[in-house]
Design a protein around this ligand. Structure first.
Ligand code: AMP
Length: 250
């Protein structure tokens, strides 16, 4: 296979405690640590492993986001991506808009495989990969925990409620990564230096001629209710008594 595209979203780092804006219009993102969406890092790691096994020639990282998303693309280049594309926009895009943009990049690049995360941890939508596959009119395999390429077919193990499901999809295809697909590598300092020489193509969103107008209306964001404090017990007897006192045990 010539090329794998990996889609990377810049999101608030998963270690950061999120705060809702006082007027409920969104979450505070200013000044917070931003990272590659964790599932996308897993998708990238998988693409790099396939290239290292000789099953792909090139790994191209693509992000749609603000100019600062170049930081996450630099990290992807340091991990080992060959080049990167930033579709620059300051707008918060919905999955359908993101899928339409990614579809345009896919048409330009003609990859043999597109890897995405199963979901972005900021919006938890779990939609973009599926929508991209529909727009591209190619097969999809979501929630992948194992991926093998055999010529024109990809064999994908999927994590489903009943256990593991193994499917085959014809390539080119869209695959979205689940948590157990792999453990991404750490970036080493020499790789960061080398990544500085690699290219990031910046594409103006308007040049793609895509309708990115929102189709959803978010009415409000709220913080989850505060959980009451737990208590510590030393013995099983104490636990049983505590549960009985609360009427949780007969
Ligand atoms: P979502 O449907 O929003 O949960 O996102 C699913 C996946 O689509 C993410 O894990 C990314 O791989 C990809 N994706 C979503 N938004 C973007 C974006 N702005 N730039 C690049 N990839 C994205």
């Amino acid at each position: 296979m010539q090329k794998i595209i990996v889609c990377l979203k810049r999101v608030v780092d998963y270690n950061v405690r999120i705060r809702v804006k006082p007027d409920g219009s969104g979450v505070v993102t200013e000044g917070l640590k931003m990272s590659i969406n964790p599932f996308d890092e897993i998708a990238l790691e998988e693409a790099l492993r396939l290239r290292e096994k000789g099953q792909a020639q090139e790994v191209v990282a693509v992000s749609i986001g603000p100019e600062d998303a170049q930081q996450q693309l630099r990290t992807a280049l340091a991990m080992g991506a060959d080049r990167a594309i930033l579709v620059q926009t300051s707008a918060e895009l919905e999955p359908l808009a993101a899928a339409r943009i990614l579809h345009q990049i896919v048409i330009r690049e003609q990859p043999g495989l597109v890897l995405l995360g199963k979901q972005a941890i900021d919006d938890d939508c779990n939609q973009t990969g599926q929508m991209l596959a529909a727009l591209w009119d190619r097969p999809q395999a979501t929630f992948a925990s194992k991926l093998e390429l055999n010529g024109t077919v990809a064999t994908v193990t999927r994590e489903v409620d009943a256990g593991l499901e193994v499917i085959e999809v014809d390539l080119p295809a869209v695959v979205t990564s689940d948590l157990r697909l792999n453990e991404p590598r750490y970036v080493k300092l020499p790789d960061i230096m080398k990544a500085k020489k690699k290219t990031i193509d910046v594409v103006a969103i308007d040049s793609l001629g895509v309708d990115v107008a929102p189709v959803l209306r978010v009415t409000r964001y709220d913080t989850p209710p505060v959980r009451s404090k737990g208590g510590m017990v030393k013995t099983v007897d104490e636990l049983v008594t505590a549960l009985r006192d609360r009427g949780l045990l007969a």
